[in-house]
Write a protein that binds this ligand. Structure first.
Ligand code: HEC
Ligand code: HEC
Length: 249
């Protein structure tokens, strides 16, 4: 497959550049104003996104397409506990497709991953890789809040979460598939804290305006607490069994 060879080449170069700490070469990502702009319509149903959402994904082809992704997000989809690469396993296909399309369209910055998102131009391939990722079990081991006051932070975060977040992200962090609300369970603390901060400060320009309204009023301490709580969430039935390798359905 020509596309795959090309992607592996990009991958080798990218990983080498990450290793030496160099900025990424190659075409810069486009940039859209998103939530900073006046006419922002969150999750406008247009372009390749609706195409991919309509298609039925194929897990077998998805496994193949996921190969390049696994270099950063790991073959299990677990990402890294230090939060550099998010956990993807078990995420809703709708969320995966929307985030990929937004990164491609310049609504969400991700310079490290952009070259890969940029080559994923085929809506069928996007549907395939998404259905594959959604089918992966969520690893129970992931980056959590590690301070001595963890119990206190988790308790404070729980109070906030249940009041203002549960409605969209669910009591167990399960999100809502057909509304594009992400799964939070199993996500790494440091990634969560980074996303919360970027969304609050307007840097994740594809963010949901209702969520932004809520999170705008939180100070840094509250973001720490709420991230600590989120990283403690467990989604029954979707987590990997202890010690078993990521199962491929
Ligand atoms: C070179 C490393 C790298 C590769 C390869 C890579 N990603 Fe990523 N990906 C990242 C990073 C870094 C982030 C988080 C960026 C941030 O902090 O916003 C990310 C974020 C994401 C997100 C958003 C997750 C969320 O919870 O919102 C999705 C979806 C995603 N990647 C899917 C993929 C898929 C599918 C592939 C393969 C086609 C892939 N990635 C390949 C580095 C990579
Ligand atoms: C109105 C529904 C809604 C509410 C309320 C809401 N969110 Fe969200 N949240 C979303 C959507 C939708 C996204 C994905 C944004 C996008 O389009 O990129 C998101 C993204 C996130 C992310 C990033 C996930 C990832 O994988 O990158 C985190 C973390 C998060 N929300 C936590 C929270 C917390 C904590 C609260 C409460 C303070 C909250 N959300 C309130 C809908 C909501």
């Amino acid at each position: 497959m020509k596309g795959l060879v090309m992607k592996k080449l990009i991958l080798a170069v990218s990983l080498a550049m990450i290793a030496v700490g160099a900025a990424h070469a190659g075409p810069p990502a486009p940039k859209q104003q998103g939530i900073e702009g006046k006419d922002y319509k969150w999750n406008a149903q247009e372009g390749e996104k609706i195409e991919a959402l309509k298609l039925k994904g194929d897990k077998k082809r998805g496994l193949e397409a996921y190969e390049v992704c696994g270099a950063c997000h790991l073959p299990s989809g677990a990402g890294r506990p230090d939060g550099t690469f998010p956990q993807l396993a078990g995420q809703h296909t709708t969320v995966l497709i929307k985030q990929m399309a937004d990164i491609r369209a310049g609504l969400r910055d991700n310079p490290t991953m952009y070259p890969f998102a940029a080559t994923l131009t085929d809506p069928q391939e996007l549907a395939d890789v998404s259905v594959y990722i959604e089918g992966l079990c969520i690893p129970a081991e992931h980056g959590k809040y590690e301070g001595k006051d963890a119990d206190k932070q988790v308790a404070a975060g729980k109070e906030l979460y249940e009041k203002e977040c549960k409605e969209c992200h669910g009591a167990n962090g399960e999100g809502v598939k057909d509304k594009f609300y992400p799964v939070i369970a199993g996500q790494h603390y440091k990634y969560l804290l980074r996303q919360m901060t970027e969304i609050r400060d307007g840097h994740r320009r594809n963010a949901n305006p209702d969520m932004v309204k809520i999170i705008k009023k939180y100070n840094n301490d509250q973001l720490v607490a709420i991230s600590a709580y989120q990283s403690s969430l467990v989604m029954p039935g979707s987590m990997c069994k202890a010690k078993a390798p990521a199962k491929k359905k």
